[in-house]
Write a protein that binds this ligand. Structure first.
Ligand code: 3HC
Length: 311
């Protein structure tokens, strides 16, 4: 690629300008953005499955309506993000095929099963809480369509986190059995939520380049630390114990020190090992195939409309 074009591009990014679809960009910038945005979209869509598992068994109509609204939001987030990724020149079909063939990833967190209602609270509180930490800086990511999609996503994500925390409050202040369920959910979801931020910075192949191109505004470890610092006081408010004996406030650092993450587990889940991952892909392929007639009908309707307006 022409060094002058690269230098001009890097100057624009350094000046905090948004790069738009029609602007010149290095192919590697296009590729890594397509990778990250499409995998972000896959995560939103696959993430609907664990929560969908509890829709029919929500404890009240109110909780069912709230969960329905959240799941619908996640589907919308996936669609905004697929649209943002399409502006880089990859089609929806290509992205879906990459997911179904296992070439593309989605967040490991969605390969964990939801065993009871407290999991729905822990997901909203911790998983959406972690997603907010990661997505707020992405509102200033250098690629315009991605940044704009994030503005809307972040507004809805705050409601997702609040409703999850509200479920945890109800259970932690409920009967001893309910409090025990909330603690068990925290025990199972805490470490997988920390893994959502990705490998540590010294093991993250994409972070350095993503920071240079201002795709990422903060590193995996910085965001993970922010999440821990914000979430520990919330667990204290709930009267629940975070399952990390090494967790301790470090006055000098002004942050919480915390224990080592089980990276073997992380990479095994990234590779899609374990029963839940196979279930997730089976459900996604079925949904894509079952929905083919809707896409065909929409295409036929669009073709008729276009023919009418051309006549
Ligand atoms: N699950 C699966 N794969 C992961 C992962 C995770 N938790 N964390 C990292 N990886 C993958 C990366 O995709 C990369 O593989 P690839 O090169 O094949 O894509 C590899 O592990 C190395 O990681 P890097 O840190 O080098 O990769 P990135 O620089 O892309 O950082 C990321 C990973 C922090 C997830 C970044 O891609 C990102 O910020 N993505 C946007 C946010 C996102 O996708 N969040 C997922 C959850 S969405 C969600 O929670 C929705 C909410 O509504 C519930």
């Amino acid at each position: 690629e022409d060094p002058a074009l690269i230098a001009a591009f890097e100057a624009r990014v350094a000046a905090d300008e948004f790069i738009e679809p029609k602007d010149w960009m290095p192919e590697a910038y296009r590729r890594t953005l397509t990778r990250q945005i499409s995998q972000h979209a896959h995560s939103e869509i696959v993430g609907m499955l664990p929560e969908g598992n509890w829709l029919t068994r929500a404890p009240s109509l109110k909780r069912k309506a709230i969960l329905l609204a959240k799941i619908q939001d996640e589907g919308g987030h996936g669609l905004y993000l697929y649209c943002a990724a399409e502006t880089l020149g990859t089609s929806r079909e290509q992205m879906i095929d990459a997911l179904h063939s296992g070439r593309a990833k989605y967040s490991t967190i969605f390969n964990y099963p939801t065993l009871n209602w407290a999991d729905i609270g822990a997901i909203g509180w911790l998983v959406d809480g972690a997603a907010i930490m990661n997505q707020v800086p992405l509102q200033r990511t250098s690629y315009g369509p991605y940044a704009r999609a994030m503005v809307r996503v972040c507004k809805e994500e705050s409601f997702h986190q609040r409703q999850g925390f509200d479920i945890m409050m109800a259970m932690a202040n409920g009967s001893p059995a309910q409090k025990a369920m909330a603690q068990d959910a925290l025990d199972r979801w805490w470490w997988p939520s920390l893994m959502m931020f990705g490998p540590s910075d010294d093991n993250s192949p994409n972070t350095a380049q993503s920071i240079r191109w201002r795709i990422k505004r903060e590193t995996n470890d910085e965001l993970r630390q922010k999440f821990v610092d914000a979430t520990v006081p919330q667990a204290e408010l709930l009267g629940l114990t975070i399952p990390d004996p090494a967790l301790k406030w470090n006055e000098e650092r002004g942050h919480y020190d915390f224990g080592a993450i089980e990276w073997d587990e992380f990479y095994a889940v990234v590779r899609g090992e374990g029963p839940t991952a196979k279930e997730r892909m089976k459900a996604r392929r079925a949904a894509w195939n079952d929905g083919a007639w809707v896409r065909a009908a929409a295409d036929a309707h669009e073709a008729k409309r276009a023919a009418r307006s051309a006549a």
